[in-house]
Design a protein around this ligand. Structure first.
Ligand SMILES: [Zn+2]
Length: 282
């Protein structure tokens, strides 16, 4: 399948084909369990195809998909749209440049979301260039207006976010870009767990190295993503003494699970040990 950044909208056929393909990949990679997760793709300024509620994303057929407008009215399809579609619609209304949204519960990223920890350390060159920092949207009661409200602050500045005690959300110029950002977030989370939790050490990039990576990201046309913390930002200072970065990726009203950074890290270590011992990654 061709993957390319495009400025126009895909046809109905293309949008549905991509949603089905990403659904299969999402399920095969263990990014969702049961009927979890949802995918949507705009086909015009005001309409989008999305996944239905109550269906495994690994076993969808095109007749299950739903066409709706940005107000949430169903235009085509015999099934009800996912209840989490309110979150997708809010992304589209906040940032009209976004054409696709992917939501999943990948285990490593979700563990960070449970711990209330953003992915914001400059430890991976590809993550700095490709997705930037990933903040945590504050806890929101499923199915309520709190959910779209919680993610709205990040839609124009970042490429995705963690959803506290829930999962992860990404958006992009097309379904594949949003999906690849979801893959990148999970990889970033997993490597963060290995280095900080299991190995106990990570060499953060320097301010200068982060600057050069972000310059390359900007030159490639990606103007969102924020700035992960460089090596000098890592001592708990509110502002990096070298580059001046304000270290405020976590939403201020997202409480940590146990009230201290060390307790949070201990919790993440335990989570990753549990995941590894259950052999999910073999
Ligand atoms: Zn969910």
């Amino acid at each position: 399948m061709d993957y390319r950044i495009r400025d126009d909208y895909p046809s109905d056929y293309e949008a549905k084909k991509l949603i089905l393909e990403v659904g299969r990949r999402m399920y095969a990679k263990n990014f969702v369990a049961s009927n979890d997760g949802n995918i949507s793709c705009k086909v015009s300024e005001t309409t989008l195809w999305c996944t239905p509620t109550g269906v495994s994303k690994g076993f969808m057929t095109d007749d299950m998909l739903v066409l709706m407008d940005l107000d949430g009215n169903v235009l085509k399809g015999s099934r009800a749209p996912s209840s989490e579609m309110k979150m997708h619609l809010r992304v589209y209304t906040e940032n009209p440049k976004v054409k696709a949204v992917v939501h999943a519960h990948p285990p490593a990223a979700t563990s960070y979301a449970i711990a209330g920890l953003p992915l914001n350390s400059a430890i991976l060159t590809e993550a700095v260039m490709g997705i930037g920092e990933i903040p945590v949207a504050p806890y929101a009661m499923p199915g309520t207006q709190e959910v779209p409200d919680s993610i709205a602050p990040f839609v124009n500045t970042h490429n995705g976010c963690l959803l506290a005690n829930h999962g992860a959300l990404t958006w992009g110029n097309d379904v594949m870009e949003a999906w690849m950002r979801m893959e990148s977030i999970e990889y970033y989370a997993l490597v963060s767990m290995y280095t900080r939790g299991l190995i106990g050490h990570a060499n953060e990039l320097t301010c200068d190295q982060v600057d050069r990576l972000i310059e390359r990201r900007t030159n490639s046309g990606i103007t969102t993503g924020g700035r992960p913390h460089c090596r000098s930002c890592e001592d708990g200072a509110a502002v990096c003494p070298t580059c001046g970065t304000v270290t405020s990726s976590a939403a201020p009203d997202t409480p940590s699970a146990n009230g201290s950074p060390q307790a949070d890290i201990d919790q993440v270590v335990q989570i990753v040990k549990d995941i590894l011992s259950s052999q999910q990654f073999q």
